[in-house]
Design a protein around this ligand. Sequence first.
Ligand SMILES: [Zn+2]
Length: 410
Amino acid sequence: MAADAPGLLLRGGSVFDSEARAFAHGVDVLCTDDRIAAVGRGVQAPAGIVVLDCAGMYLVPGLIDCHVHITSSGDPAEMSSPGTLSLPTRAWKSAEHARATLDAGVTTARDLGAADRLNIDLARAIDDALLPGPTLLAAGLGVTMTGGHGHGFIAREADGPDEVRKAVREQLKAGAGAIKLFASGGVMTPGVDPLSPSLSEQELAAGVEEAHKAFRVVGAHAQSTEGIKNAIRAGVDSIEHGVWLDEEAIGLMVERGTYLVATLTAPWHIANGGLDAGIPPYMVDKAHQVLVDHIESFKRATAAGVLVAMGTDQGTPLNRPGENAQEILRMAEHGLSPAAALLAATAWAADLLRIDSGRIKEGLRADVLMLRRDPLDDLAALADRANFSAIIKRGRVVRQAPDFQAGGKS
Ligand SMILES: [Zn+2]
C-alpha cells in the first residue's frame, strides 16, 4: 500500500453484520493500509488518520460479482460479430467497463472468459493502479470442447482429459486467478443447444485437479441437467447458470457444497430486449426456452439450501457494465430474503472465491460501500447511485459523493 494512505476511520455508521444478518448502529470501522484493523464502538483514532463522520450512513461490504465478462460492453451488435473491434480498441473500452463496474460499488469481480485473455491484462493494470476498477479474478480463456459453447470468442477448445489439463495450465501460466470450464451448451453460440452436455465428467475432473493444485476456484458453465451433474461430480466449486436442475443435482450440490451462481439477469435481458434490440433470433429463441425453467430451478435450489453467490454474466447482450446490483434484486424477487440476497453478493461470494473480503470484519480487506438508505428496507438502494455516499476499496476512498463531507484529520 502506498505511504499516502496511513489509514481511515469510519466513525459511527450502521455496519452490516454478516453473521447477525442485521445492521449494528453507532459502530466505528478503522482501516489501516488495505485492511480493516478494528470494528467496534469508541475505537480510538490514531494520530493523523482521516476520519469520516458516518452517522446516518449504512456500511455494507463492497459488492462481489462472481460472473462477469468485463471486456464486453453488453452491446448486442458486438456479441453477434466478435472480432470486429481491434484489440487496442477493446482494451480502451474494457478500461471504461472496469471503471463503471467499480462505480456500481463492485470492489471485486470474477471474470469468466475473455478473447485474447484481455481480462488478465486488465486485472494486472487495476492491481498496478494504472486504471480504476474492481479487484479482478480473471480466468483468461474458458476451456470448452471442440465446437462447444464459447468457442471462437471466450474459450479455447480442448478434447480429452490431457488436453483439458494442458488448457487449464496455459491459463494458469498466463496468470489466471480463476478457471472456467464449459460443461454444457449455451445461449450465445450459434448451433449449440443449451440442453446438451459438453466436456465429460473425466475431462472436467482433469481441469478441476489442475486448478485446485494451483489453489484456483473453478466455475463451470452448466445449463443442461447432465452437464450440471458431470460438473458437480468432477468437483467444480460453482455451477454457473444452473438452468435445468433436477432433484438429484440439487441433492448433490447440497451434499458437496457446490455453489449456484445463477446469473438470472443474463437470459432476462436477452428474452426481454429481444429482436428489437438487435439480438440475433437464435439467441432470443434460446433465452425464452431458458427463462421459466431457470427461475424454477433457482427457487427449488435455494429452498433446498444450495449455497448461492451473486453473478450477473455482465457483458452478455444488454447486460451492461455497472448495472450489477440488478441481480441482487432479481434473486430477492425469486425467493431470497433481502439479507440473504445481500450476503450472496458479499460474504457468500467471498466464501466461494476464497478471498479475504466480503465482510466488515477485523483482518479482512477494507472494501466498503457506504449508503444513505437502509438496503434491507429496500434493496433498490444498492442499485441507486444517488444513494451512494462513498466507495472504499482496499482502505482507500475511491469514490465520494460531492455532498458527503471530505473528512478531517484527527
Ligand atoms: Zn458468462
